[in-house]
Design a protein around this ligand. Structure first.
Ligand code: ADP
Length: 401
């Protein structure tokens, strides 16, 4: 590979920016880091150049522009500045691509305007993603900026899985449908799982369980997503760290009419004070498991509710796919919490699903099989790498245009 081979991946959140500089020759990280508490006191930049000491900068980062400028300075100090001719593109994680963006997309004014138009369906995420693009573009106006959408991989869901069973006209007028999220991770992990099985993605059916702070499950058939647990917003589906996941919409009416809560208060309740946190006061699965082991009843209930929902999706997507070749656990909880994996798969031998306790207990950063030899379905732990996937897709787009 010759010419510019590096991609800077930016993931801009409402008050943070995460970044990785990746060399596409071998996928290696040249640097990574994050800026936290942008626009607040106690701002912090942690910069980790590959093979060198990590550096920390504490400062007030007034806005995303100030934060990215500071990142650019750190990169320059390592000889990896944004002015480098080796930089091929900047790849941006953009959460909501609506119906229009189903592929990685070169950012133009028109594309930015469309991402802006989607803000009502992604009010927490798209504004920060847009800011990330604008600031990066100001720093290197000549460089291709590529948007990689969290929703894109799910665009193949059949209409009957994507539609809510509500009045069509109302739904269409407000663009209400199931979009799904974490798509970059589901795509990466479903392909990596096929590789682990030594097969082509087109040959295998995989259920991917992405269990991080947020969590979602997807059913992937022959490399194509056919259903996923998140919907119009990332609130639907699993019990998550702080989100309720599936809930009777009647709860919202009840809390509003009878409980007197405003719509904003209910939004905050379901997004930030529910899930594991709502059930037991802790949203970190490590803490929930530690307390449950000590006999704490609330933590045990939170763990059981989390696993119960997961099993419902596992069983449901088994039925959706008809034949399942692999179940893949990924993200913070999926990669690290052996008890969650064991509980999610317990008693499913009739479905061909089993977990070997010894293999499940192995700690490793590698993709690995945790089911016994005899298991018809391969159960695996497959570490996700959304940044590498964003970099790959951005690089591929720049090279084909
Ligand atoms: P995000 O959704 O923020 O990207 P991650 O995929 O990094 O989240 O997952 C973060 C979550 O992973 C933490 O909240 C924690 O509950 C869980 N986690 C991380 N390490 C462990 C571990 N060793 N055991 C159990 N859970 C873990």
């Amino acid at each position: 590979m010759t010419g510019a081979t590096r991609v800077l991946v930016l993931n801009a959140g409402s008050s943070s920016v995460k970044y990785q500089l990746i060399d596409m020759v071998d996928g290696s990280r040249l640097a990574s880091g994050l800026v936290e508490r942008i626009g607040e006191s106690g701002g912090r930049l942690v910069h980790a150049p590959h093979g060198r000491e990590k550096r920390e900068v504490s400062a007030l980062f007034a806005d995303h522009a100030a934060a990215l400028k500071a990142v650019a300075e750190e990169l320059t100090a390592d000889g990896l500045g944004l002015d480098s001719p080796e930089l091929a593109a900047i790849g941006h994680r953009v959460v909501h691509g609506g119906l229009r963006f189903t592929e990685p997309t070169l950012v133009t004014e028109e594309v930015l305007a469309e991402i802006r138009r989607l803000i009502p369906v992604a009010p927490l995420h798209n504004p920060a993603n847009i800011t990330g693009v604008e600031v990066a573009r100001a720093l290197r106006p000549d460089l291709p900026q590529v948007a990689v959408f969290d929703t894109a991989f799910h665009a193949t869901m059949p209409e009957y899985a994507a539609r809510y069973a509500i009045d069509r006209r109302t739904a269409d007028e407000h663009r209400v449908r199931r979009y799904g999220f974490h798509g970059t991770s589901h795509q990466y992990v479903s392909r990596a799982t096929a590789r682990l099985l030594g097969k082509d993605p087109a040959e295998v059916n995989v259920i991917v369980l992405h269990l991080g702070n947020g969590g979602s499950v997807s059913a992937v058939s022959g490399g194509v997503c056919v259903d996923t647990s998140m919907g119009l917003t990332p609130l639907e589906g699993l019990v998550m760290g702080t989100r309720s996941g599936d809930i009777d919409p009647g709860v919202v009416f009840h809390l509003h009419r009878v409980g007197g809560l405003s719509i904003d208060q209910i939004d905050e309740l379901l997004n930030r004070r529910s899930g594991l946190l709502g059930l037991c006061g802790d949203n970190d699965m490590r803490e929930v498991m530690r307390r449950a082991d000590e006999g704490d009843a609330e933590a045990k209930l939170a763990f059981d509710a989390y696993v119960h929902r997961l099993r419902k999706y596992l069983g449901g997507y088994y039925a959706v796919l008809g034949r399942v070749d692999a179940v893949a656990f990924t993200a913070g909880v999926g990669e690290n919490a052996a008890p969650v994996r064991a509980a999610a798969c317990a008693g499913l031998e009739e479905l061909g699903i089993a977990v070997d306790p010894e293999l499940n207990a192995v700690r490793s950063g590698e993709a690995r099989v945790i089911s016994p030899e005899y298991s018809r379905v391969t159960v695996a732990v497959v570490p996700t790498d959304e940044e590498l996937e964003i970099a790959r897709q951005s690089f591929a787009l720049v090279h084909q245009t």
